[in-house]
Design a protein around this ligand. Structure first.
Ligand SMILES: *Cc1c(COP(=O)(O)O)cnc(C)c1O
Length: 358
């Protein structure tokens, strides 16, 4: 029946988008299920869109996306030889597993975490070892080291928990790991850039830090991510990447976004503030809220016959035009994950939630 290899036939499709009805009064939906930015990207991105030349789309881009690499290098004060770009950082995750792990290899990762890593590992015929986080979802560095995997990967701050691991713990992990350490910083703008592991790259040749334009920069549809690490790691990834993995359009928009740091940091700060207000409002309704350093909140609604459980809450919100995320997975079944929208959107959502939990 199938021409696919046996391990491919067993993969589960990546599903993220919830089906949600439009809001009864406005025919729109509030999308709080994929941690995207509710705000537009920098005005410089819009300007760049208007300036795109026909040539940009009719000719191949530079295979080494040198303009983008130079802009990223300048922004982080590193060398272009330390940078690799991907069609979103999720492509880099796949590339890393194919380049450094492969069939039969092992990856250690905290659990819970972004489940795309599990699919990417299975597609590379590698084994992802789930190392449990503590009861409060904090990451246990010693457990990750004890797994003796060829790659240790972690998301910092972690998704879908929102918890941040301190930089000295990342350094302890990197200095003691036998193999490659991958730190996925998709949400670091919301935690504060002082927590970034990028400065450690100069000292540890086994460290690769991933960033994306999909969250704070507001460019999820553009599909650009990058990794910063030792030139030897970067060179290996360039050997296995597809030829033109960054489109010329994406490259030019990402460069424009990078040029406006003030805008992105202001957006990140706005979202942080809204997140803190939402955390407080949820706690007042006796939700159990996991402390977050990101643009989302993982929380469990109060239990009792009077209250919808987490899955029922997700469904009730969907009926009212609001998409949030529910994970049918261990340690997460009593919780929902709410991405932070605009203040206006969060007001609407909290008004709905208040009706059911007051
Ligand atoms: C959103 C996200 C990414 C970024 O994915 P892109 O492919 O860059 O859109 C990477 N890692 C985690 C944990 C994420 O949540």
């Amino acid at each position: 029946m199938t021409y696919a290899l046996p391990h491919v036939s067993q993969l589960k499709p990546y599903s993220s988008v919830a089906s949600v009805q439009a809001m009864p009064d406005s025919n729109t939906t509030i999308k709080l299920d994929q941690n995207e930015s509710p705000y537009p990207p920098s005005p410089l991105v819009r300007e760049q869109m208007n300036k795109l030349l026909e040539q940009t789309v009719s000719r191949y881009p530079a295979a080494d996306y040198g303009t983008l690499k130079s802009a990223i290098a300048k922004h982080h004060a590193v060398s272009p030889s330390q940078i690799v770009c991907g069609n979103g950082s999720s492509e880099l995750i796949t590339m890393i597993f194919h380049t450094f792990v492969g069939p039969g290899g092992t990856i250690a990762m905290p659990y819970p975490s972004f489940n795309f890593y599990e699919t990417a590992a299975a597609a590379a015929q590698a084994k992802l070892m789930r190392m449990e986080t503590r009861t409060d979802f904090s990451i246990d560095v010693d457990a990750l080291l004890a797994a003796q995997a060829s790659v240790i990967a972690l998301i910092n701050p972690n998704a879908p928990t929102g918890r941040l691991l301190a930089l000295d713990e990342i350094e302890r992990l990197t200095s003691r790991a036998a193999g490659l350490v991958v730190i996925d910083e998709a949400y670091i703008d919301f935690a504060g850039l002082a927590h970034s592991a990028i400065p450690l790259v100069e000292r540890y040749s086994n460290l690769l830090v991933l960033r994306t334009f999909s969250k704070a920069y507001g460019l999820a549809g553009t599909r650009v991510g990058y990794g910063i690490g030792d030139p030897s790691i970067v060179a290996a990834l360039h050997l296995t990447k597809t030829i033109y993995n960054i489109s010329a359009v994406s490259e030019s928009l990402a460069v424009a976004a990078l040029a406006d740091q003030a805008y992105t940091q202001q957006i990140a700060e706005t979202i942080r503030r809204t997140r803190m207000q939402t955390e407080t409002a949820l706690r007042e309704l006796r939700f159990d809220v996991v402390p977050s350093d990101t643009n989302f909140i993982l929380c469990a609604p109060p239990t009792g016959d009077r209250f919808p459980d987490a899955l029922a809450l997700k469904n009730k919100l969907a009926e009212h035009g609001v998409a949030v995320r529910y994970f049918d997975a261990p340690r997460l079944q009593d919780k929902i994950r709410i991405s932070i929208g605009t203040d206006e959107e969060m007001k609407t959502v909290m008004a709905l939630i208040r009706q059911w939990y007051q």
